[in-house]
Write a protein that binds this ligand. Structure first.
Ligand code: SF4
Length: 74
């Protein structure tokens, strides 16, 4: 599955990094980074993961709803 973040809309609230520090960290520009993510063709930050772990809670906690979980079949 993939974790996706529309980083440019991040308001820097810090929820994701507080709830899920294994995957999320706050950076100097005041926005959250999805650790190890690449920027895809839609300018979304994207990370492929085996297990969702705390990313669901991070997505649920995001006040601007820019963290998405994409379940890719097969
Ligand atoms: S929860 Fe959402 S708005 Fe808050 S820092 Fe994380 S990505 Fe940004």
């Amino acid at each position: 599955m993939k974790i996706l973040q529309e980083r440019k809309k991040c308001i820097g609230c810090g929820s994701c990094s507080a709830i899920c520090p294994k995957y999320w960290e706050m950076t100097e520009d005041g926005k959250a980074n999805l650790k190890g993510a690449i920027v895809n063709s839609k300018e979304l930050h994207e990370l492929e993961v085996e297990k969702i772990e705390c990313n669901q809670e991070a997505a649920d906690s995001c006040p601007v709803n820019i963290i998405k979980i994409k379940h890719v079949k097969d």
